[in-house]
Design a protein around this ligand. Structure first.
Ligand code: AKB
Length: 351
């Protein structure tokens, strides 16, 4: 059987076609404690908005050859080991975990809120089948740690809309939200019943310059920056006055890695931690962008995604995350806007 490193080199030869993204910059804290660990990491959904950036951050910590990125389609410009993998195929997943001697799994593959509403049953099937496969293979093969992304989509109208507490009524309005509530409970079950070290965060909308989101209700908050920097007007699919919790990608990556690094005995939440960064409306982000790009124009044409956004909290109480593992966001709206514009200006100038 080829060792992890050899397989990594093989995969690298097949898939590494270009340089690492010039936009990646690991957080200071992670660089400070950068070390090469002996873990072998599997990331599913590695081509996605979060996955593509998280893989680079994990490579910085564990070494490129120890991070196996997987997805159902190849990743453009990926550097490092890559494998085509559908996590709904339990046998294929088991073979990868066994052959690559995986010790940590980050399971990011999922259908998000807006796309999920176009085919709710498919969203449920994909999100649940893949997650149960991951939990089961992790249990059987004694994987040391598993990461599961949950979402503010677990909340619905029954939850307090402002400063939504950690332990709140969970009656979501979307199939995606239902799958995340169930997924969190399975995480808790595998932890309690089998001692599996599963850790999870309820992400708000994530804004990134490196990668595009796909199929979410919060996607507008990324699109709006791309339009602004390209000097194009933007038509927003949410109402101007729709507040939603959001998080800038460096904070999202740091939160994920800090949670995964935290001593297990500090973690009191084994469903999923509430996580907050900032809250803004489309009108507020537009006005903030106009501070730097005064000619930028936004119009509003709400569609079916408005109902999803209306059912979600406006702001989140993340005091459990702050208390248990020291969570602190670093970016507010203005700091994020300056950084997004700077990175996207470079990106489009290079294109
Ligand atoms: C979505 O909009 O579906 C996601 C999420 C908040 O989970 N970004």
């Amino acid at each position: 059987m080829p060792c992890f490193k050899q397989m990594g080199i093989l995969a690298k030869q097949c898939y590494a076609t270009s340089q690492r993204s010039p936009y990646f910059s690991p957080t200071k804290q992670l660089l400070n404690r950068k070390r090469m660990k002996q873990d072998n990491i599997l990331v599913t959904g590695a081509a996605g908005q979060l996955g593509s950036v998280l893989v680079e951050a994990l490579q910085e910590i564990y070494g490129t050859s120890r991070v196996l990125a997987t997805d159902i389609k190849p990743i453009e410009n990926h550097e490092g080991p890559f494998h085509i993998l559908d996590a709904c195929d339990g046998a294929a997943l088991e073979a990868v975990v066994r052959q690559w001697r995986i010790t940590q799994i980050y399971h990011l593959a999922a259908i998000l809120s807006a796309k999920g509403e176009q085919d709710p049953f498919k969203a449920w099937q994909l999100n649940m089948t893949s997650w149960l496969n991951v939990l089961e293979v992790a249990r059987q093969r004694h994987v040391a740690k598993v990461y599961y992304p949950s979402s503010i989509a677990v909340f619905g109208y029954a939850a307090a809309p402002k400063n939504t507490p950690q332990y709140e009524v969970l009656i979501p309005e979307t199939a995606y939200g239902i799958s995340k509530v169930a997924g969190e409970n399975w995480a808790y079950y595998y932890h309690r019943r089998y001692g599996l070290d599963v850790r999870s965060l309820r992400y708000p909308g994530i804004i990134s310059h490196q990668s595009m989101p796909g199929g979410g209700t919060t996607d507008y908050a990324v699109d709006i920056y791309h339009h602004a920097v390209q000097r194009k007007p933007y038509e927003c699919f949410l109402r101007a006055d729709t507040p939603l919790p959001m998080l800038y990608i460096p904070d999202a990556i740091r939160a994920t890695l800090e949670l995964m690094e935290a001593p297990a005995q500090r973690l009191s939440v084994r469903t999923s931690y509430n996580l907050a960064g900032m809250t803004f409306t489309p009108a507020e982000v537009a006005a903030n962008i106009q501070k730097y790009l005064p000619d930028f124009q936004v119009t509003y044409k709400p569609d079916y995604r408005q109902a999803i956004a209306d059912s979600w909290p406006q702001s989140i109480d993340d005091s459990f995350a702050r208390r248990d593992w020291g969570w602190q966001p670093q970016y507010d709206l203005d700091a994020m806007t300056r950084d997004m514009i700077a990175h996207l200006e470079k990106k489009y100038a290079l294109a």
